[in-house]
Ligand binder design. Structure first.
Ligand code: SAM
Length: 335
């Protein structure tokens, strides 16, 4: 039996889910499955569906994986990821038949509100990846979050309630989740939302991120690695919604190269990776992406290599770029 735990670096943008599951079937996703009871129960009750559980918590993934193995379930997979990344990068339009979000973290403090998962924007992203009439079910026991979810669902043009009201406060059909039980035991009212994606087309404003060929830049410079290392200081660069933080520089012990730890944030992807400045022969350098951690060669990585090359050119009047395979904008000086 193959493992139910998917390796995120091995999943393509977008992923062909039928290949991952080994069969064509409607894809059902549970976001933030926690203890995994609901996910596993659904996998047992709906053998003709492909089930995907997404979680950020490793212990939760471990527990669910063990349950799936013990029960010998073949129609369920789990993935460690932020739900937004799963939806935008790994799911093509119309990929998902049903989505379940049970008791999402409420982030109750004013300064935490931006961390809440459900918003009008999130519903729009969700709608772009769901089939027409695809089902969305949300439940919460947090009164303030319920108000916000109600408002978001009532104002989105992309979903409609399948019930006479926006929500109900009792649902005896579904399996109780751990957080639902905690909420009920502590006397809180649960809100259950059962919605469907509208039939009309949804504007595709959340493009699937693109991967580019492995980027590199070749430079000529009279500088040596010692001088480059001495001239380096942490710096940042931003272009559109891509933010790059060039952090620590390390010198390889037995190799003629420098490694720059770099953080790149470009919705919906965030990567911490290494850029390498390698001296091929005196006077000749190549800047490329280190393969450590299987980074994705995104537009942000193109920009990062371009900006590191631009920084190097700025160190010395006789340093210049010989050739590169970057987007033209990667070498702009705008910051
Ligand atoms: C309050 S718990 C609810 C767990 C379970 N659904 C239940 O009802 O018992 C929320 C879960 O969502 C997960 N989570 C939070 N943000 C997430 C995100 N952006 N993507 C995926 N999972 C997330 C957390 O790790 C946590 O396990």
């Amino acid at each position: 039996m193959t493992s139910s735990l998917l390796q995120i670096q091995q999943l393509r943008w977008p992923t062909a889910w039928a290949d991952t599951f080994g069969r064509e079937a409607p894809l059902l996703i549970e976001i933030g499955f926690g203890s995994g009871h609901f996910l596993v129960d659904m996998a047992q009750k709906r053998p003709s569906a492909n089930l995907l559980g997404v979680e950020i918590s490793l212990p939760a993934l471990d527990k669910a994986q063990r349950k799936i193995k013990t029960l010998g379930l073949t129609n369920v997979r789990v993935l460690q990821s932020d739900a937004r990344y799963l939806l935008q990068a790994l799911c093509s339009p119309d990929a998902i038949a049903e989505v379940f979000i049970n008791f999402p973290d409420p982030w109750p403090k004013a300064r935490q509100l931006h961390r809440r998962l459900i918003s009008v924007e999130f519903l729009h992203l969700l709608a772009t990846r769901m089939v027409p009439n695809g089902r969305l079910e949300i439940a919460t026991d947090h009164a303030d979050y319920a108000l916000a979810i109600t408002e978001a669902l009532e104002s989105t043009p992309y979903f409609r309630s399948r019930q006479a009201t926006t929500f109900v406060t009792a649902d005896h059909e579904r399996l109780r989740t751990k957080y639902e039980q905690i909420g009920l035991d502590e006397g809180r009212t649960c809100h259950y939302y059962k919605f469907a994606r509208v039939e009309t087309a949804v504007p595709q404003t959340y493009p699937i991120p693109k991967e580019f060929p492995m980027p590199h830049t070749v430079l000529q410079s009279p500088l040596g690695l010692d001088e480059i290392e001495a001239g380096y200081g942490r710096f940042q660069f931003s272009q559109d919604d891509c933010h790059i933080n060039f952090m620590e520089m390390f010198r390889a012990k037995e190799d003629s190269s420098l490694f720059v730890e770099t953080y790149i944030k470009e919705e919906p992807v965030a990567q911490r990776l290494g850029l390498v400045i390698r001296q091929r022969e005196p006077g000749n350098f190549v800047i490329s992406l280190h393969e450590l951690g299987f980074p994705r060669p995104t537009r942000g990585v193109q920009l990062a290599i371009g900006q590191l090359a631009t920084w190097l050119v700025g160190l010395n009047d006789e340093t210049h770029i010989l050739h590169h395979n970057l987007l033209p904008e990667a070498l702009s000086r705008k910051s």
